[in-house]
Design a protein around this ligand. Structure first.
Ligand SMILES: N[C@@H](CCC(=O)N[C@@H](CS)C(=O)NCC(=O)O)C(=O)O
Length: 277
């Protein structure tokens, strides 16, 4: 049992003091969701292995009463297995499967493309002593000079935002991805938004984006865990002439979002597709 109800978490931060890693963000929410206080070990990218006494090169890592647990997903499994009497992060195996699918989609659709749009910002906001390491490693990961990869992002931000429609559709009908209460799915996806907020020097989402309500509600949880003063504003993307809409203004049409309550609910569509108008 965590001594003093506190779990130690090794953080990964930038020069503003904000956490950068989406994995660490999700883990901060996960530990807090279980009702524990966080004891944060601060630090940036270089020296993780030394800081953790040789335990890991990647963060997050937690220490619970002397027990080291690595990996964001491993930490969630550990927390639910060790503390089943506290609020569950993954209340059912289906949450694990759906969260993994959602996370993979979100990384491909948004986090990856945002990384390519903010990679020089990402390096610039790091601690001075991390910049060389972050530049050289991220240039290998992204296959080019960070400024070159980031160039032209103005043309990419609205389409990236538009591709988040599945999240908007789900959150139009549910308070959280977890339903009436948040669970690890919310924290996992929120990790990506908070990573964006830790690096992005310009907004990536429209001020009136329907996702804003959910983002702000989750950020405000646990005494404003997601509202670190070092974070940048992610809402406020200006729509330039010729830009696509950053989100669909015609709420939820078709598929499972259009409830069939009998012919009265479908007859207009039937007439239209049978060209009987
Ligand atoms: N599978 C790991 C991935 C963790 C990971 O890749 N963390 C990155 C930060 S986002 C890291 O520690 N990077 C250190 C480095 O780049 O040297 C997890 O879920 O915890």
């Amino acid at each position: 049992m965590a001594a003093d109800n506190t779990i130690t978490l090794y953080d990964l931060q930038v020069s503003t003091g904000a956490t950068i890693s989406p994995f660490v963000w999700a883990t901060k929410f996960a530990v807090t969701h279980k009702g524990f206080d966080l004891d944060i070990v601060e630090g940036g990218f270089t020296g993780i292995l030394e800081r953790t006494g040789g335990k890991t090169e990647r963060l997050p890592a937690i220490v619970d009463d002397g027990k080291w647990v690595l990996d964001s997903w491993g930490i969630v499994e550990y927390l639910d297995q060790t503390y089943p009497d506290r609020p569950m992060l993954i209340p059912h195996e289906s949450t694990a499967a759906l969260t993994k699918a959602l996370d993979a989609w979100f990384w491909g659709t948004a986090v990856g493309p945002w990384m390519r749009s903010f990679c020089a910002d990402y390096r610039n906001v790091c601690y001075e002593h991390d910049k060389e390491y972050v530049t050289s490693t991220r240039e290998v990961m992204l296959g080019g000079k960070l400024e070159d990869v980031q160039a032209g992002r103005e043309d990419r931000l609205a389409p990236i935002s538009a591709s988040l429609e599945p999240l908007r559709m789900a959150l139009r009908e549910h308070a959280f991805l977890g339903g009436a209460e948040p669970n690890y799915a919310d924290y996992r996806i929120m990790g990506g938004f908070l990573w964006l907020a830790s690096v992005a020097s310009t907004p990536a989402l429209a001020a009136d984006d329907p996702l804003r309500d959910w983002v702000e509600r989750v950020r405000a949880m646990f005494g404003g865990l997601g509202n670190h003063p070092g974070l940048f504003e992610i809402f406020g993307l200006e729509q330039r002439e010729g830009d696509p809409d950053p989100f669909n203004r015609q709420a939820g049409q078709g598929g499972i979002f259009k409830r069939n309550t009998g012919p009265a609910s479908t007859s207009a569509e039937t007439k239209r597709i049978l060209k009987q108008d």
